[in-house]
Design a protein. Sequence first.
Length: 202
Amino acid sequence: LRLEKRTGRFWYGFASVEYLVKSTGLTGFATIYEDPQLADLQRENATQFRDDPVPVVTSNLTFRTPLDYGTFFGDWRLNLLMEWSDGGTTLLNPDAPLSEQHRVGVIDYHNMDLLLEKRFKMFSTRMGFYMQIRNLTNFKGFPNPLNYTRYEDSLHFPHEQGEQKGNDKLGDYKQDYIDLGWNTWSHFVNPRDIFFGLRVQL
């Protein structure tokens, strides 16, 4: 689903919603076993995997001032590119028997980029000073722990029991009990970036 406003005196842009259902794997069995134990094992190992539907929302909006607002106030543009997607769930232990497998939640993804530009004309050349900010909200994203198994074990999932039971999702990291390891310099690789520049259209 996509809604779009292509032109406008003060603003234009689009917003879209995507809902994707995906399945992967094989159909049927490559081998038929007479041994009941092997046949049971084959039935327990799923050959098709269907991921939960993942909604994705994207919008790109541009706000502008008209040229007739004057030399200083005219032809300013503010562009916002925003994206959000549901983290969905993932299989925590795919190698375990079906009765012991657990699906756990994954953190959502979101990002916002901003572009502020003042356009002007010099002789017959169009130019513009701009400031661009990538990852405006400084969303850290998914951590990159040194020991991923230890990180998983430190999370408190809903299917667990006792003190280990909780509402954590894969990707959570702020709680004190979560073990990310010592490599803090490489945990997150999506920092906020700020750029300044001059655009020339010949």
